[in-house]
Design a protein around this ligand. Structure first.
Ligand code: ZN
Length: 248
C-alpha cells in the first residue's frame, strides 16, 4: 500500500492557503502515477491555486517497488550530513520490514533488494533513471568521482543523472553557490570496479551509494533536536515514518 499525508501551507508568493498530498510511503509498482510523478519531479510539490507558485516540501519519503525489488528512502537534503547513521537506519528498516516482519516469500527475496538512502527527491529520481536504463548506480557514482575530480567548480556541489541515452549519461550539476550546469559522460567510461588508488570510504557497502560520501563528512545526529520531517509540516514523527507498512 501507499501512504500519503495532507499538507497545508501558506503560499510564499501570494499568501493564499495551499493544500496538497505528500508521500510518506509510495508503492511504485502499484502506483505508476506516483512513479511518473517522481520522474517528472512532481512529488511533494504544492502548487498554489491562486498564483501558480510551486514549492517543494522537504520531508522523508520512502519509495518501494516489489516487482523490481527496489527500496529508496529519500531524506531531506539538509540531513545529508547524517548520512552514515541514516544509511544504517535505512538498512535496518528494510531488515525489519522485509526480513523479520514479512511473509516467507518476501523474506527469501530480501537479499536481492536494492536498498538506497538518498537525500532529496532529485536523488531518488536519479536512482530510477539509472536502474530503468539497466545501469549499476555504483558504477555511475564511481564515474562521477572520476569526472568531477577534474572540475573544481562542481566537485563540491551536487550532480544527478538527469537522463540516459544510447551513448551518454546527461548530468545536472548544482554548484555550492547555486549555479547550475550540465555534463555529458560517455556510457563507455562507466568503470567496472573500484577506482584504483582511491579510498572510496565504503562506497557500495551500505545503502548510501553516492559519490557524496567522499565530499560530506558524516556527523552524528543530536537525538534531542533531530527532526526528519520538519515540525512545520509535521504530522508524523520520524519514528512513525520508520515503521513502514508491510506488503503481501
Ligand atoms: Zn500563491
Amino acid at each position: 500500500m501507499s501512504t500519503l499525508t495532507l499538507a497545508r501551507a501558506d503560499c510564499a508568493g501570494c499568501g493564499a492557503a495551499v493544500e496538497g498530498e505528500l508521500v510518506v510511503v509510495a508503492n511504485l509498482g502499484a502506483r505508476p502515477d506516483l512513479r511518473a510523478a517522481l520522474l517528472q519531479r512532481q512529488v511533494n510539490v504544492l502548487t498554489c491555486g491562486a498564483c501558480g507558485r510551486r514549492a517543494q516540501v522537504q520531508r522523508t519519503s520512502a519509495f518501494m517497488d516489489f516487482k523490481r525489488r527496489q527500496w529508496i528512502v529519500a531524506y531531506p537534503d539538509w540531513a545529508e550530513r547524517h548520512w552514515a547513521e541514516l544509511a544504517e537506519a535505512t538498512a535496518m528498516s528494510v531488515v525489519r520490514n522485509l526480513g523479520l516482519a514479512a511473509p516467507q516469500r518476501l523474506r527469501a527475496e530480501a537479499p536481492r533488494w536494492s536498498t538506497r538512502a538518498v537525500f532529496g527527491l532529485e536523488a531518488a529520481r536519479e536512482k530510477l533513471v539509472i536502474w530503468d536504463a539497466g545501469l549499476d548506480d555504483l558504477a555511475v557514482e564511481r564515474l562521477k568521482l572520476v569526472a568531477l575530480a577534474g572540475q573544481p567548480r562542481w566537485v563540491m556541489g551536487r550532480a544527478w543523472v538527469d537522463r540516459i541515452d544510447e551513448d551518454s549519461l546527461h548530468l545536472r550539476l548544482v554548484a555550492p553557490d547555486g549555479a547550475e550546469g550540465a555534463l555529458r559522460l560517455p556510457r563507455a567510461q562507466l568503470p567496472s570496479g573500484p577506482i584504483p588508488g582511491l579510498d572510496e570510504r565504503g562506497l557500495g557497502l551500505d545503502p548510501f551509494v553516492s559519490a557524496r560520501r567522499l565530499i560530506v563528512p558524516p556527523e552524528p545526529a543530536d537525538p534531542l533536536s533531530f527532526d526528519l520531517d520538519g515540525k512545520a509540516h509535521g504530522h508524523r514523527s520520524g519514528e512513525e515514518l520508520r515503521h513502514i507498512p508491510r506488503e503481501g
